[in-house]
Design a protein around this ligand. Structure first.
Ligand SMILES: C[S@@+](CC[C@H](N)C(=O)[O-])C[C@H]1O[C@@H](n2cnc3c(N)ncnc32)[C@H](O)[C@@H]1O
Length: 197
């Protein structure tokens, strides 16, 4: 069965709209559901980039701060092994619920979700992907978090939304730190980069 991101969006929205609104954990997804657009434009870009440039047979993917897991789930439907790591209980629970609906509708995938905090939990992967990893943790532990990235051969990061919404100077500062850690950046789109060791 050929499944599109739009098909996945419809199914994921169905699951989330059936939840008690309190279970959404904040306004982040509430706003998206109002427009029935769970996958952001950046999610879609990243999913298509990975689909076209990584190997489903050997490239396991880790997504810290996965929220309700739409990005990891879509990669799973396209055949990748992916793990989403999420510290918020409700979002983690919702990711598991959407996965169960996806497995029924689109077939079992190699996606798993773990409730935990990155980088205290930092499972191995060929690629670490993070879109919208906005969190207070990064503000106080940025260097620790960036150093933890060194164990991953490839990163895909949206540098505009890493930790907090970054202006141009803050984006450059982040990129300089990643380059100093040995990563070589290539632009995927606007503020989304592939960084390779
Ligand atoms: C702005 S939301 C974005 C979620 C998802 N990436 C998306 O774009 O839909 C950021 C998520 O990161 C999670 N998070 C923040 N710090 C984290 C950490 N250190 N480890 C794991 N998850 C974290 C939050 O609970 C939240 O669900």
């Amino acid at each position: 069965m050929k499944v599109s991101i739009d098909d996945m969006e419809e199914e994921a929205c169905k699951v989330m709209l059936a939840l008690d609104p309190n279970e959404l954990s904040g306004n982040f997804y509430r706003r998206r559901l109002e427009k029935k657009s769970l996958f952001s434009a950046c999610d879609r870009l990243i999913i298509n980039y990975i689909k076209n440039n990584f190997d489903i047979k050997k490239d396991a993917i880790l997504e810290p701060g996965c929220g309700v897991g739409q990005l990891s789930l879509a990669l799973g439907v396209f055949g990748f092994k992916a793990e989403g790591l999420e510290c918020d209980r409700k979002r983690y629970d919702n990711a598991v619920k959407i996965k169960s609906a996806f497995d029924k509708k689109f077939g079992n995938s190699r996606v798993s979700f773990t409730k935990g905090t990155y980088p205290e939990l930092a499972p191995n992967a060929e690629l670490l992907v993070s879109n919208n990893f906005a969190c207070s943790y990064v503000k106080v532990n940025e260097d620790k978090m960036l150093k933890s990235f060194v164990r991953y051969p490839n990163l895909i990061l949206n540098i505009k939304t890493f930790g907090f919404v970054r202006n141009d100077v803050e984006q450059k500062d982040l990129m300089d730190k990643l380059i100093a850690l040995g990563f070589v950046p290539s632009l995927i789109h606007k503020t989304i980069y592939l960084l390779e060791k």
